[in-house]
Design a protein around this ligand. Structure first.
Ligand SMILES: Cc1cc2nc3c(=O)[nH]c(=O)nc-3n(C[C@H](O)[C@H](O)[C@H](O)COP(=O)(O)O)c2cc1C
Length: 460
């Protein structure tokens, strides 16, 4: 799927698949692998010295990557170091920067003034609005299913559509996403792309230690938890999502906080610090923060990043909705000449667009109800239940047909009411199309929604 959208245009990537700026694991090798496969990647440079930022950027450029980003976290960085990081990022001409945690409008303004595209990762609607006001050009909506530091408390299926409605800039989804189906549902909920952390953490090119990668491969769905136990180096009250381990059992034991459990060069690693195991470390890796999002159950091997990315692309492919008439060729502009009032009562292209926008509102209401029904009860399950895949496929395929017609807002009306509304709408509308595209597709959709048969959108 090579969706061209505002986010891809700003980032300069072909595919709406973004590698999270994971502090430690997201180094040049991983960013380069994701970029080469058509995605976009962030170097995770939280609290890293300017020299390392320069060295990683140089490696990327030597590998031929021009479009990439750097992630830093103002609130978790000493002001002097933060200033030096920003100076270096500007001097290097880094094209994109992603920021996270407490909003720092002065940092956003400084980066924007230097011509850098600024992205903010948020965990709530209020924060999204504040970040947009401060000048962020893309917002990442992070659901509480995310691996690593988790900003908010809202599940992604609730937060994402709210953020999409609230801001005018493009929105990317993050948190527990691991498959093409996840990307598809995120897009159906209004995201222009998705951010993957944990899914790439286990990639061959990631700088995570092999112990961490192996634990991700072995983990089953439901094996993660949110805890404030790993706190050293961060502002207080910052929950992280990690794999359950002997350390997380029984809650924090503050008396042990000064125990050294490993080292990175001459730097000691303390128990309960936010450091996760890296290839440059030695020590008791199992006692470190084993970050993982709730999608971890989908990781079954350590594989090259390009393979992981390709699998996401293939899994999200929407293909023609029905075998004979590709919806994409059926946008109002394309078939206007076939309609043009030739048949009495046949709708004009604008009306077709408005009808499909209204239909999309029904389908989105169904998807919202389905995701709410399937949501994990303890918050530690994947962000989206698989029941939503087929609906998401239809929504993403039909969206281009609406042209500029706005999609009406619907109050939450529940699955059955939304389904009946869509079936009734299609029952009235499809006959008026007199077999002009996209009549065949919509007829298939009506039968499926009416549960007369179960045709899923056909893949290429
Ligand atoms: C190992 C790890 C390290 C992370 N480090 C950072 C970081 O330094 N900066 C940041 O903005 N987000 C960081 N995150 C959070 C990601 O930006 C993103 O929200 C998260 O990975 C999405 O959830 P997922 O891991 O389930 O895909 C980290 C996540 C992980 C798993």
């Amino acid at each position: 799927m090579t969706v061209k959208n505002r986010a891809c245009a700003l980032l300069g990537c072909a595919r709406p698949i973004v590698l999270a700026g994971m502090g430690g694991p997201s180094r040049a090798e991983l960013v380069a692998a994701v970029t080469r496969a058509g995605g976009f990647g962030f170097l995770g440079m939280v609290r890293e010295p300017p020299e390392l930022i320069s060295a990683e950027v140089e490696k990327l450029r030597a590998a031929g990557c021009e479009r990439f980003g750097v992630n830093i976290i103002p609130a978790a960085t000493d002001p002097g170091l933060l200033d030096a990081q920003i100076e270096t990022i500007i001097a290097l001409g880094v094209p994109v920067v992603c920021l996270f945690w407490d909003l720092d409008p002065a940092v956003v303004a400084r980066l924007r003034a230097a011509g850098i595209i600024v992205i903010y990762q948020v965990g709530s609607v209020d924060e999204a609005l504040a970040a947009e006001r401060a000048g962020a050009q893309i917002i990442i909506a992070q659901g509480c299913e995310a691996g690593g530091h988790v900003r908010g408390t809202t599940p992604l299926h609730v937060l994402l559509p709210q953020v999409v409605d609230a801001v005018t800039v493009p929105v990317l989804a993050a948190g527990g996403l691991a498959t093409g189906g996840d990307l598809l549902i995120a897009q159906a909920l209004g995201a222009e792309g998705a951010v993957f952390g944990t899914a790439f953490l286990a990639a061959s090119e990631s700088f995570a230690h092999s112990h961490h990668k192996q634990r991700l491969v072995e983990a089953r769905p439901g094996d993660t938890l949110l805890t404030e136990m790993f706190h050293i180096n961060w502002p207080p009250g910052a929950p992280v999502r990690v794999l359950a381990s002997a350390v997380t059992e029984g809650g924090p034991r503050p008396a042990e906080a000064s125990r050294v459990i490993g080292a990175e060069g001459t730097r000691p690693i303390y128990l309960f610090s936010t450091d996760s195991p890296l290839q440059s470390m030695t020590g008791d890796f199992e006692s470190m923060a084993l970050y993982a999002g709730t999608g971890v159950g989908s990781i079954d091997a350590v594989r090259p990043a390009a393979e992981i990315l390709l699998e996401i692309v293939v899994g999200a492919a929407t293909g023609p909705v029905s075998p004979d008439t590709g919806i994409e060729q059926s946008s109002p502009a394309c078939y206007a000449h076939e309609m043009g009032g030739a048949y009495m009562g046949q709708p004009e292209p604008d009306e077709v667009a408005a009808e499909i926008a209204a239909l999309l509102a029904d389908l989105k209401a169904m998807l919202a109800a389905s995701l709410a029904d399937g949501a994990s009860k303890d918050g530690n399950g994947p962000p989206f239940s698989r029941d939503g895949d087929a609906l998401a496929r239809w929504i993403v395929r039909l969206a281009p047909v609406t042209g500029d017609a706005p999609i009406p807002r619907r109050a939450a009306i529940g699955m059955d009411a939304a389904r009946r509304a869509a079936v009734d709408r299609l029952g009235l509308f499809v006959p008026r199309l007199f077999n002009a595209p996209p009549a065949a597709d919509l007829a298939v959709l009506r039968r499926w929604l009416a549960m007369e048969e179960a045709p899923e959108p056909v893949l290429p």
